[in-house]
Design a binder for this molecule. Structure first.
Ligand SMILES: NC(=O)c1ccc[n+]([C@@H]2O[C@H](COP(=O)([O-])OP(=O)(O)OC[C@H]3O[C@@H](n4cnc5c(N)ncnc54)[C@H](O)[C@@H]3O)[C@@H](O)[C@H]2O)c1
Ligand SMILES: *[C@@H]1O[C@H](CO)[C@@H](O)[C@H](O)[C@H]1NC(C)=O
Length: 312
């Protein structure tokens, strides 16, 4: 019996629990708010039944079989008993994470892997209060992990290679798509690429080159069409008759010229920012109702895309 402990039963904790039970692991879920972990199971049951109904359930097991692998705890020591892997999913606050890992370290055996879901904190900060940091790693998911399978594995400078390998194998086994960073860096890979896209999109709108609506179309109807299946490297490789080297011979200088014209980091809080925000809110008003409807549409479309990717 292979047990994984999930610490924190919010949005991401519940998603990780669903991913791990879909792979046949026993999952013990813990939250420091009494009753919260039990509530999480009720919510997961509802979601698994819906997924089963829609034929979108992951893994080989039925919803009932997966639910039988899940248990909830209000006591940390009990939640950690027997686990070989701990996935932390508490608030994104450094002190909270540091103290959780300090507590967890004292309650588990020396070979247990300590993994954090942090999106914005580097491993050397998150694990600074852990004594044996060779067993520590960040496994950064993308929301919602059930449909968006990327997991960024980011090592602490002291993380053992075997810890990286075991985590990579675990994520692969449960059907996620792990990638390994060789060193920690602010923003990891995904958020750094995302920041570059945000910066240039913002600049183009701010400089009056294109509208908010149209820059989003550049992505959703243009670049995004292929990026769901191939990345920027393969895109270039396929866009010249003799591959990447050929592509750079043809377009490399032009790309460097464009990059040199990018200018400084945009100020998201300057005067003009309000115009950009207003333009977005005119397209989709920022009240709960409008945003929720669009979020639901996004998740439906992501589900369809996940299905399409699975069938190929
Ligand atoms: N939401 C996202 O899009 C997303 C994506 C990737 C990574 N993450 C990361 O995942 C982590 C969790 O995010 P979330 O969106 O699930 O937050 P959330 O607020 O939905 O859930 C956090 C849960 O942790 C519990 N908690 C707080 N302190 C605790 C403690 N000391 N011990 C045990 N439980 C505790 C809370 O009661 C709550 O149930 C964060 O580090 C976040 O950065 C979030
Ligand atoms: C530190 O963690 C590693 C990896 O889990 C483990 O192999 C090693 O025995 C641990 N060392 C100590 C002193 O606990």
């Amino acid at each position: 019996m292979k047990i994984i402990s999930v610490i924190g039963s919010g949005l991401i904790g519940r998603s990780w629990a669903m991913v791990f039970i879909s792979g046949g692991f026993n999952v013990k879920i813990y939250d420091n708010q009494p009753g919260q972990a039990a509530k999480a199971i009720t919510e997961i049951r509802r979601q698994l039944e819906e997924l089963e109904e829609a034929h979108m359930l992951r893994g080989e097991l039925s919803a009932a079989q997966q639910l039988a692998l899940l248990s909830s705890y209000d006591d940390l020591a009990q939640a950690l008993e027997g686990a070989f892997f701990v996935q932390e999913c508490v608030f994104e606050q450094l002190e909270v994470k540091q103290s959780v890992f300090q507590d967890v370290e004292h309650l588990v055996g020396k070979d247990v892997i300590l993994s954090s879901s942090t999106s914005c904190l580097v491993p050397s900060s998150v694990f600074s209060k852990v004594q044996n940091r060779s067993r520590c790693i960040v496994s950064h998911p993308v929301n919602p992990p059930y449909y968006v399978k990327l997991v960024e594995l980011v090592p602490h400078p002291e993380t053992a290679a075997t810890v990286m390998d075991t985590t990579h194998a675990l994520m692969t086994k449960v059907g996620q798509a792990p990638v390994c960073l060789k060193k920690e860096i602010d923003g990891f890979a995904l958020n750094r690429v995302q920041a570059a896209i945000i910066a240039e999109s913002w600049r183009l709108v701010q400089d009056g080159i294109i509208s908010v609506k149209d820059i989003d179309l550049v992505m959703s109807e243009g670049l995004g069409m292929r990026y769901a299946f191939i990345g920027p490297m393969e895109t270039m490789h396929l866009n010249a008759p003799e591959g990447l080297g050929d592509y750079m011979k043809r377009y490399g200088e032009g790309i460097m010229r464009i990059l040199n014209s990018f200018g400084p980091v945009p100020d998201f809080f300057a005067e003009g920012a309000k115009n950009i925000i207003d333009a977005m809110c005119e397209l989709i008003p920022s009240d709960r109702q409008h945003l929720s409807a669009r979020m639901e549409r996004r998740d439906q479309l992501l589900m369809g895309l996940a299905k399409l990717k699975k069938d190929h």
